[in-house]
Design a protein around this ligand. Structure first.
Ligand code: AMP
Ligand code: MG
Length: 312
């Protein structure tokens, strides 16, 4: 185990690292511009839900982050998906800069893309379709890059980064087409060969959580990932959502989710109170890493939590 002395030296080195300082400044600009852009399109910003009895079950294994308070078990938010769906009963368009705690397993320590505390620019739109969200995000990402290039010239120079302004609309690649052509590591292969961000769409039903809307073909989902070029990989997941009780129940059975773990959400669904929505979450640290051409998302935060490595 690392001695406290060594750890504090590492913290101070990190806080003094000019690359970290520049990246955090760029991230601040990204968040400011994203807020301006979304408010300009009549999105209402919500404060994040940090703890709740219910949270995203996720599609991959993480350690449990839960605690008891009075007689209730709470979990730290892994994503705000269910609260976003419910918020769309109140507002047509919402967004949150949402902190997520995902206690990722330690083999993710070296990926350069994982933290166990990170943030999403999380948005959801009532009665929207996947295409609406993709068009909005293309506009948002392009605007962010243009704005950051003008407001953070010095920082980008110090980082030796010159992100190109993407051409819209972004290319769309179907999951199964890519899988058949390049095998199971297709995302890495395509991310390395593409020079522009692109969409990966139509994930097969077993690849994602129960809440991604199943298409009429009964096999693929109305969802998407945004993949960054030059090997930077995924920065966004989203899609249209399931909102009808019987469909949710059958998808939970398919995935092996326990409805008891989402008790009050399931009661709301059963009462027919969920509304159709579509949305997405953009990983702030991954987008910043791309715009700054950094090796590791840890450099995008002053106090990064790297799985299996960080104690700050
Ligand atoms: P998901 O819905 O699970 O795909 O998460 C949405 C976005 O959050 C992803 O596309 C990533 O950009 C980001 N993200 C997910 N997990 C992590 C993590 N452990 N560390 C940093 N960013 C993450
Ligand atoms: Mg994802």
């Amino acid at each position: 185990m690392e001695s406290i002395g060594k750890l504090s030296t590492r913290v101070v080195e990190h806080l003094r690292d000019p690359l970290v300082k520049s990246a955090v400044r760029v991230k601040s600009s990204i968040m400011g511009e994203a807020g301006k852009f979304l408010r300009g399109k009549e999105f209402v910003e919500l404060l994040p839900t940090i703890i709740s009895p219910i949270t995203d079950p996720l599609n991959h294994e993480v350690h449990n982050a839960k605690f008891r308070y009075y007689d209730q078990e709470y979990r730290l938010t892994q994503s705000m998906i269910f609260h976003k769906q419910l918020a769309c009963k109140t507002f047509d368009r919402i967004f949150i800069v949402s902190p997520n705690v995902r206690l990722e397993t330690s083999e993710k320590a070296l990926s350069g893309r994982h933290l166990f505390e990170f943030s999403q620019i999380d948005l959801e739109i009532r009665n929207a379709k996947r295409d609406d969200v993709m068009t909005l995000v293309e506009d948002l990402i392009t605007t962010l890059i243009v704005e950051v290039k003008s407001s953070c010239k010095e920082e980008l120079e110090l980082l030796s980064s010159n992100p190109s302004i993407p051409t819209t609309p972004f290319t769309k690649v179907k999951f199964m087409d890519a899988y058949e052509q390049y095998g199971k590591d297709f995302e890495t292969v395509l991310s390395s060969s593409f020079k522009e961000p692109f969409w990966l769409i139509d994930f097969p039903i077993w690849e994602r959580e129960f809440y991604d809307l199943l298409s009429q073909d009964g096999r693929t989902l109305k969802d998407m990932d945004l993949i960054l070029p030059n090997g930077f990989g995924e920065t966004l997941s989203g899609g249209e959502r399931e909102w009808e009780y019987q469909r949710i129940i059958s998808r939970m059975e398919f995935k092996g989710n326990d409805p008891e773990e989402l008790a009050w959400y399931m009661e709301i669904a059963e009462a027919g109170e969920l509304v159709p929505t579509a949305g997405c979450g953009i990983g702030v640290e991954r987008l910043t890493r791309y715009i700054c051409s950094l090796d590791n998302v840890a450099r995008t935060r002053l106090f990064p939590k790297v799985p299996g490595r960080s104690w700050i």
